[in-house]
Design a protein around this ligand. Structure first.
Ligand code: G6P
Ligand code: MN
Length: 445
């Protein structure tokens, strides 16, 4: 089975390859094709993979190419993990937004819109090529902002594109752990958009255990989202929000923390990864060890500004090893081998949330089998959550419209309608700032 990874020179590719190396079952991936625009990044990552594979019998063969069509042909699965504009682009997204006093995070608020505006045209081009060259392939989208990008691709690939994120799984795992439940046996009642969802219940053997957590300040204080949001607010909500909702519920504090930070997240990762890829140019560099220490530093500092703003302290050691690759591998196995499972994924709404149309991509538990991912029926969201979900989906639709038409006016509308952008004038200045910074936004006229 052939797996193509777009953004194959990306820093997190070794996580995926590590997960593949652990898969010994029949029908596993035998060939990995890395595609990237940058040959230097490809060879750096290929070195790390070669060290990972050393001594592993039947390790998946790895090839690399800068030719997109060649990479797509014959693929059974395609992971799309691209970063249009690179980490320099991410840092610029943050800088332009913070200069206007609003958030520039890569998936939330103004930063997410800017990143979406330059990523959607590229993602659509990829989707069209996949539809032509590998019509039977399944596309697993890792690229942020993941819900929006998946929706853009789904207009060309239908249900053959599925978006993934590890934050709902991580949240479910943490809640289960705090409650002393086995995450595998727990049903996580989660729904929303990507980075904008809520856990409303956690059922073990049919019984909802979440009220027990919400009633106990000690339990709440013992895990990441409890520390970020605080007992009182979680009790008021009666649900546990995805960690990215910290940017909404504590927006002022989050913006201030980002403004005061020595470096924004994007700038930190840009410099950290520049050092990594530079080191990899030395023939004697210890590839895997260098990659692993860089990864550990990245994970330890994840969302550190939000944790500082909330006084939440360091990350829990159990939360450090992400999980993207595990979600992606579980999804691929379920489809390829018809191993039925349930995963929280980004798929078309169909009739799940009645306030959204059928084609809106949402994040929801899905039953997965050889026919793909099917969203399960869930309870409706409470009004406050419905309000946010509908507002942000409307923004995403404006981003898709702007990317399709090239209209600058529509881009302004996207920014202006976002709940975290507080004036139409700010939206105008954001479009001005972003189009000046990013050559990839030159299409907005
Ligand atoms: C989480 C999010 C992802 C994000 C990742 C890395 O897993 O769900 O969407 O890409 O963290 O974040 P970072 O700030 O390290 O790039
Ligand atoms: Mn994510």
């Amino acid at each position: 089975m052939k797996l193509t990874i777009l953004g194959g020179g990306g820093f997190r590719v070794p996580l995926v390859y590590g997960a593949l190396l652990g898969d010994r079952a029949e029908g596993r991936v035998t060939d990995v094709v890395l595609h990237d625009l940058d040959a230097g990044r490809l060879s750096a990552v290929a070195r790390v993979l070669a060290e990972q594979a050393a001594g592993v019998p039947d390790a998946p063969a790895v090839t690399a190419t800068t030719d997109l069509d060649e990479a797509l042909r014959g693929a059974d699965f395609i992971f799309s993990a691209i970063r249009v504009g690179g980490l320099e682009g991410r840092a610029a997204d943050e800088r332009v937004a913070l200069d206007q006093g609003v958030l520039g995070q890569e998936t939330v608020g103004a930063g997410g819109i800017a990143y979406g505006l330059r990523t959607v045209p590229v993602a659509v081009d990829i989707a069209r090529r996949v539809a032509r060259l590998a019509p039977d392939a399944w596309v697993i989208n890792f690229t942020n902002p993941a819900g929006l990008v998946t929706e853009a691709m789904s207009r060309h690939l239908g249900n053959r594109v599925i978006g993934i994120c590890d934050s709902p799984v991580g949240l479910g795992r943490r809640i289960a752990r705090v409650l002393g439940a086995n995450p595998r046996e727990a049903w996580i009642d989660y729904v929303g958009l990507n980075h904008l969802g809520w856990v409303r219940g956690l059922r073990v053997a049919g019984r909802d255990e979440l009220p027990r957590l919400l009633a106990d300040p000690d339990l709440i204080g013992s895990f990441e989202e409890g520390k970020l949001f605080g007992t009182e607010w979680l009790q008021s909500l009666g649900a546990i929000p995805n960690e990215y909702l910290h940017y909404y519920y504590f927006n002022r504090e989050a913006v201030r923390a980002y403004q005061e930070a020595e470096k924004t997240r994007g700038a930190f990762l840009r410099d950290q990864q520049a050092r990594f890829y530079e080191t990899m140019k030395r023939p004697d560099a210890a590839a895997l060890a260098t990659w692993d220490s860089t990864r550990a530093e990245r994970e330890a500092t994840y969302m550190s500004e939000n944790r500082d703003a909330a006084g939440a302290g360091e990350r829990d050691a159990d939360d450090l090893s992400g999980g993207y690759e595990k979600v992606a591998l579980a999804l691929m196995r379920a489809i390829a081998r018809d191993e039925r499972t349930t995963l929280i994924l980004n798929v078309r709404n169909q009739s799940t949330l009645s306030v959204l149309d059928t084609d809106a991509v949402i994040e929801v538990p899905c039953l997965v089998d050889a026919n793909g991912a099917h969203p399960v029926a869930v309870d409706p969201l409470p009004d406050h959550a419905t309000g946010l979900v509908c507002a942000v989906k409307a923004v995403e639709r404006e981003v898709l419209a702007a990317a399709g038409s090239g209209s600058r006016t529509t881009a302004v509308k996207a920014f202006a309608l976002h709940p975290l952008v507080d004036s139409v004038n700010v939206a105008r200045r954001l479009v001005e700032g972003y189009t000046t910074e990013h050559p990839g936004l030159a299409y907005l006229k």
